[in-house]
Structures are given as structure tokens and as C-alpha cells.
Unconditional design. Structure first.
Length: 307
């Protein structure tokens, strides 16, 4: 049974679904800055330092006592209409503590500012900047939630195209992996996940894509060739409409010989990990992700970081 604390995530999305008044892009950003950010508890013992990553706004997230030579490179979610390094800094702080490493989170243009591939270009710029800081690819885990998955998998494909070394692993929370919205879980979970309807996802996709086809593999990982990808860890909520996309992608990646782990959490909705520090389900998910990242990093013992 879902915890009482976890209901805050459901309430958040229900309130968004109930708001049918037209909103400007700036208003959407502000609403999420206020309400989405508040879901996450402030992690203790974490420092934040804003940096310019070759022109891309970014933020170092550094837990006390963490290793400095491993990095969680994080692409935040928000449907390309909201979300930022500020809405997600606390979530990534919890993740970095669990992984025992630093994290770098970065911003990219919203869809009303620029269409694809501007967001992917920002991702590649920030990632190259990270490598220029002396961090080796095999000591990076790329991670992201929701639309951040588009940027992570798009970037890994670009690395493969350019014959760059790929990171040690990929960790995805509630990944948006099929902009064509073909998953049957849109119908199966329609009464549980009333905000992320197929129509809403299709609008968000068209708003981001411009002239790009929804099945282009650089925006929809479900249609890419994952051969040669590093190990992948997927988390999703069993009640979210997007869960089917993670399941389908996991099957496709396994068929291509990729090491894939997927955890589906009962009764949880989209990006429930945003409730880190408040809901036990979120804390368990963060702990699992941290343990998985530590294994990719070769960190076999828990570093001394206070809770």
C-alpha cells in the first residue's frame, strides 16, 4: 500500500490536471518552480555551486565526503516546458549522496525558446565541458528523469556516431522514451494517471519536435539501435502512463545484448522520486539507484556521508 507521504505526488499532478486555464510559458515555469520543487526535502550536507559549462548554465552538486573523481551527469525533466537546475537540485543532491559522488546538473532551452535539436546540443556541450575538467567517461554515469531521458539517450547515440567513449552507465527515472505515444499503458493507467494522458504527451512532443518525426531515434529511444550501449538502469511507477515505454525499451535493449535492469514501483506515479526525503518509496528508489551507480563506479564501500 502506498504511503500517506507519497500521495503528495499524486495531488501535485491532479492539481495540474484540474487547471484548464491557458497559461503562458513563463507561468508554467513559475508554477512548477513553486509547487514541484516543494515535493523534495532539502538534503543535508550538500553544497551547490553554479558554473558556466561552456555557455550552458549548470550546477555542481557536492555531498560532503563524496569522491571527486566520479560524476553523476544529470538531465532534468519537465516536458521541455518547465523544470530547471533549481527544481531538481535537491533530488540530484539525494541521488549524489546515495551514489557517493559529485553531480553536474545542467539547463537547456525550453521548447518555446528553441526546438529540437537545441536541447541535445546543450547536453553535448555540457558533457564535453565535463570531460574537459578531467573527468574520464568511464567515471561518469549519465542520468535523467522524464524528458531528460531523451537527452541522455540522444547524447549516447551522438557519442557513438562521433566515436567518443560512452559513460559507465545510464540511469533513467520515468523515462519519456516514445514520443509517438504507442504504449498500451496510456489506456491501462488512464484512471490512475490523469495528467499524463496520450493527448497531453502528444502535445508536449509536438511542442518540442518542430519538424522532427516522433519516431526519430534521437528523440525516441524506443526506436534507436541500442547495440553497444553501457549498462542501463530504469525506474518507473506502476501507475504512470509512461511505464510501458520503459518496459518496451528494456526488452529492446536486452535483445540487443545490453545489460538492463528495470524496477517498477507499485502504486507510484511519474517521477515519484521527487519526494526524496519525504516518502519512503522515493527514498527506496534513490537508495537503489545510488547502489547501482556505485557499482558502475567501482565504489564497493559506502563513503561516510551523513544522512
Amino acid at each position: 500500500m502506498a504511503s500517506k507521504q507519497s500521495l503528495a505526488n499524486k495531488t501535485h499532478y491532479e492539481s495540474m490536471a484540474a487547471n484548464t486555464e491557458p497559461m503562458t510559458p513563463e507561468a508554467v515555469i513559475e508554477v512548477n518552480d513553486i509547487h514541484w520543487t516543494a515535493l523534495t526535502a532539502e538534503p543535508r550536507g550538500v553544497d551547490y555551486l553554479e558554473v558556466d559549462a561552456a555557455g550552458v548554465p549548470a550546477m555542481w552538486i557536492v555531498p560532503k565526503g563524496s569522491t571527486t573523481n566520479r560524476v553523476l551527469f544529470y538531465a532534468h525533466g519537465g516536458g521541455f516546458v518547465s523544470g530547471s537546475i533549481y527544481t531538481h537540485r535537491k533530488l540530484v543532491g539525494h541521488l549524489a549522496k546515495a551514489a557517493g559522488c559529485r553531480a553536474l546538473i545542467f539547463d537547456y532551452p525550453y521548447a518555446h525558446e528553441a526546438k529540437h535539436p537545441a536541447q541535445l546540443e546543450a547536453t553535448m556541450t555540457a558533457y564535453r565541458w565535463l570531460l574537459w575538467q578531467g573527468v574520464a567517461p568511464e567515471r561518469v554515469v549519465m542520468a535523467g528523469d522524464s524528458c531528460g531521458a531523451i537527452l541522455v539517450f540522444g547524447a549516447v547515440q551522438r557519442m557513438r556516431d562521433e566515436r567518443m567513449a560512452t559513460p559507465a552507465g545510464i540511469a533513467i527515472i520515468s523515462g519519456w522514451l516514445d514520443l509517438a505515444a504507442t504504449s498500451p499503458t496510456f489506456e491501462q493507467n488512464a484512471e490512475k494517471d490523469i495528467f499524463f494522458t496520450r493527448a497531453t504527451n502528444q502535445w508536449l512532443a509536438s511542442n518540442f519536435l518542430g519538424d522532427t518525426d516522433a519516431r526519430d531515434p534521437y528523440v525516441s529511444a524506443l526506436y534507436c539501435d541500442p547495440t553497444g550501449f553501457p549498462p542501463i538502469y530504469l525506474q518507473a511507477g506502476a501507475d504512470e502512463t509512461l511505464v510501458g515505454e520503459s518496459v518496451m525499451f528494456a526488452e529492446r535493449a536486452r535483445d540487443a545484448g545490453v545489460n538492463v535492469q528495470i524496477d517498477v514501483f507499485p502504486e507510484m506515479l511519474h517521477s515519484f522520486q521527487m519526494m526524496a526525503g519525504r516518502a519512503p518509496e522515493a527514498d527506496e528508489a534513490i537508495a537503489r539507484l545510488g547502489a547501482w551507480a556505485r557499482e558502475r563506479f567501482g565504489l564497493t564501500t559506502q563513503s561516510a556521508i551523513s544522512a
